[in-house]
Design a protein. Sequence first.
Length: 328
Amino acid sequence: MTNLTTRFFGINIQSPVIAASCGLTGSVKNIRKMAGNGAGAVVLKSIFEEEIRHELDKELESRPPGDIHSDEYFDYFDYILKEKNLKKYMELIREAKKAVDIPVIASINCITSAEWISFAHKLEKSGADALELNLFVIPSDISQPDGSSERFYFDIIEKVKRHVSVPVTLKVSSYFSNLAKMLVDLSETGVQGITLFNRFYMPDIDIEKEEVIASPALSKSTDYLSPLRWTALLYHKMACPLAATTGIHTSQTLIKFLLAGASAVQVSSVLYKEGIETIQRFNEDLRVWMKNKGYSSIDDFKGKVAVDAHTSARAFERVQFMKHFGEY
Ligand SMILES: Cc1cc2nc3c(=O)[nH]c(=O)nc-3n(C[C@H](O)[C@H](O)[C@H](O)COP(=O)(O)O)c2cc1C
């Protein structure tokens, strides 16, 4: 019997294929379909601090000039909007939990720390099996002292962990000056998993209009190479399990990540492009590959191609010349 069970979010999950946080996981109908197609878990669309701020700006803009009298007015709307969004999100957690029996993970997009921490507790109370913190600060402010954006991460984790008892995982970018050390340090904070690397909104430029535009929202099938390198380099150094996200469009890529040491993958773009049924195809292909290789569980081969004391890190670390570049 081929067993696809793995462990991430501090929970045993039935498949390493996780439906990543995105618009699709904001609907109970889709979540049911993801579970029906064998997803190991589903990470709900993030509750976004920025989104609420945007709504607040719209609300304030829509009011006649002079209607905004005081800071209390601003605070009042800020409070109402947060409550409204939070209630909607709590309802989504409760409905998703009723609809499926796979783990339902709440996702918080944190930009500033303080008020979001109280949210974490409410999401736990609504039945979320774990919390994923989608942490991202663009380290672009040169007035900030060295290490300030790194400190932000540890600060948030510590506060959230103090407020909740469900497992907490992180989804991070690669924007750190000492990436390997930062990820290992984060893995030692007691989090139950780290996902490498989130794919963020990227600005592009329209050369006719000479203005900033959004780049395509969905990833490409070659975007997996950076998370693959770092998964393989770090697997044996981490104090918590790793998952991978970005550019996982085929079952072959899923298998590569397991060989590199990931416990699971989080997919989104391929679900938009090829449908939610892709999850089932990935599971079937993985089963067939494992059977052909004689593996009965993921632990039989997880991390087999990761860098350890016996394998050379050179192939994963080499960044400049390689023989095949020389051929062009
Ligand atoms: C339309 C869309 C919406 C997304 N929304 C979120 C979100 O709310 N929170 C989050 O952490 N990631 C979000 N993501 C990122 C995905 O969860 C995923 O990590 C990323 O897209 C890389 O995986 P992929 O290459 O399979 O798309 C979103 C991605 C897409 C395409």
